[in-house]
Ligand binder design. Structure first.
Ligand code: HEC
Length: 159
């Protein structure tokens, strides 16, 4: 490479380099104008198209319970086979009525039932369902049915 060639190269090479830099910048600027930003895309895409896209990418399966959870809870609240009076008494009422908590009339204790028995069984069952004094309605367990309450009262009364 002689001196002249070298000078020519030193002028042409920076020019080529400069042209390429300018060209790159121009492409960048043009691209910015042509390609919409993600928010512009979201604003322009039709909502129906978005629904179609979402239906295509939604999860494959759904959890199914059998029976559905809501009805299962309802069925549990009202068992098909009523519990016996003894069962209801042992699981719920005995908590208070076995030892006479808060002056609850005691299990098969004639003396503590004596002042109440005159009302008749219907009235006793009714107040046990409704709640009386410090006894909550149905002994605090709303799922106990009316018949089950009657059974429990009969089981509890002095024989
Ligand atoms: C949280 C304690 C508690 C539980 C549980 C409870 N009782 Fe009572 N029960 C009482 C108390 C206290 C009384 C007395 C209330 C009063 O006369 O002030 C009472 C009174 C009664 C009476 C008399 C009502 C009247 O008219 O004099 C009946 C009948 C009765 N309970 C039935 C039941 C039955 C049936 C259950 C179970 C399903 C039950 N109780 C569960 C505390 C309880």
């Amino acid at each position: 490479m002689d001196k002249e060639e070298e000078t020519a190269f030193m002028t042409v090479f920076p020019m080529v380099l400069g042209f390429m830099v300018v060209f790159t910048v121009v492409i960048f600027v043009i691209a910015r104008f042509i390609v919409p930003t993600p928010s512009q895309i979201a604003a322009t895409v039709d909502s129906r198209v978005m629904m179609l896209v979402e239906s295509r990418i939604e999860p494959f399966g759904r959890v199914r319970t059998s029976p559905p959870v809501e009805t299962a809870a309802v069925t549990a609240a009202a068992p098909a086979v009523p519990r016996s009076g003894e069962e209801v008494y042992n699981t719920v009422c005995a908590a208070c009525h076995a030892s006479g908590v808060a002056k609850a009339p005691k299990f098969r204790d004639a003396a503590s039932w004596a002042p109440r028995i005159g009302k008749g069984i219907d009235a006793l069952v009714a107040s046990a369902i409704k709640g009386i004094g410090s006894m909550p309605p149905r002994g605090g367990i709303p799922s106990i049915g009316d018949d089950e309450m009657r059974g429990a009262v009969e089981h509890m009364l002095a024989q």
